[in-house]
Design a protein around this ligand. Structure first.
Ligand code: AMP
Length: 225
C-alpha cells in the first residue's frame, strides 16, 4: 500500500441520485476518470459483444447484470493507462460479490479505496426524476420533461443538436425494478464500507452545485494532496 497510489473513489446511490452528474463534475475538477459500469455495458450492448448480448435484456428490465460480466468489464477498464490519475466509480460495485472482487483487484494494484460517498435521496422522487430524463445525443447535455426543458422544444440549448435520446431503462417500470435491485443488493454496501471506515453520506436531494461542493470537501479531506 502506498500513499501516492492513484485515488479510488466510489459514489453509491440509487438510480437518479445524481452519481453520473456528480462524477462528471469531479472528473473535471480533480482529473480523475469517471468509470460507469452502466456506460461500459451500454457500449458493449451497442457493439454487440458477447457481454453486451448477455446484458441487454437484463438491463432493459432494470435488473442487475451478472457479477462476472461486470467485474471482467471493470477489470479491463481499470487496466487502461488513463486510470493512472485516479478513478471515480459510478455504479460499481452494486453487490457484495463485486465489492469483494474490487478489494482483491486493488490489493493486486497496491491501491486502496480512499472514499465511498453515499448519495442519499428519497425513493419516491427518484421515479419522477429518472422516468422523465433525456439527453442530447451530440453533446450529452441532460434534460427533463418537467424539470429542465430546452428553450426551443427538441433543440439542445448547448449545441443546437436535435437528436435527443432516452435510455431504454428510464421507464417507470424499469426504474421501479432498478430501485428494488438497489435496496436489495446495493444498499447493504453502505454498512460494508462503513465497517471499512471509508464511508461518508451526503444529502443529495438539494441543488446539484451544493451536492458537488459537499463532495469536493469530502474528497479533499480523504485524498492525500
Ligand atoms: P446505470 O447506468 O449505472 O444506471 O446502469 C444501468 C444498468 O446497467 C443497471 O440497471 C444494470 O442493469 C446494469 N449495471 C450497471 N452497473 C452494474 C453493476 N455494477 N452490476 C450489475 N449491473 C450493472
Amino acid at each position: 500500500m502506498t500513499t501516492n497510489a492513484p485515488p479510488v473513489l466510489i459514489l453509491l446511490g440509487p438510480p437518479g441520485a445524481g452519481k453520473g452528474t456528480q462524477a462528471r463534475m469531479l472528473e473535471e475538477q480533480f482529473g480523475y476518470v469517471q468509470l460507469s459500469t452502466g456506460d461500459l455495458l451500454r457500449a458493449a450492448v451497442a457493439a454487440g459483444t458477447d457481454a453486451g448480448k448477455a446484458a441487454d435484456a437484463v438491463m432493459k428490465a432494470g435488473g442487475l447484470v451478472s457479477d462476472q460480466i461486470v467485474i471482467d468489464i471493470l477489470r479491463d477498464r481499470l487496466a487502461e493507462p488513463d486510470c493512472a490519475t485516479g478513478v471515480i466509480l459510478d455504479g460499481f460495485p452494486r453487490t457484495t460479490v463485486q465489492a469483494k472482487a474490487l478489494d482483491a483487484l486493488l490489493v493486486e494494484s497496491k491501491q486502496r479505496i480512499d472514499s465511498v460517498i453515499s448519495l442519499d435521496v428519497d425513493d419516491a422522487a427518484m421515479v419522477t426524476r429518472v422516468a422523465g430524463r433525456y439527453t442530447c445525443a451530440s453533446c450529452g447535455e441532460g434534460y427533463h420533461d418537467t424539470f429542465k426543458v430546452p428553450a426551443t422544444a427538441g433543440v439542445c440549448d448547448n449545441c443546437g443538436g436535435t437528436d435527443m435520446k432516452r435510455r431504454a431503462d428510464d421507464t417507470v417500470e424499469a426504474v421501479g425494478a432498478r430501485l428494488e435491485a438497489y435496496h436489495a443488493q446495493t444498499a447493504p454496501l453502505i454498512d460494508y464500507y462503513d465497517g471499512h471506515g471509508v464511508l461518508s453520506r451526503v444529502d443529495a436531494m438539494g441543488q446539484i452545485n451544493d451536492v458537488a461542493a459537499a463532495l469536493r470537501g469530502l474528497i479533499k479531506s480523504a485524498v492525500p494532496a
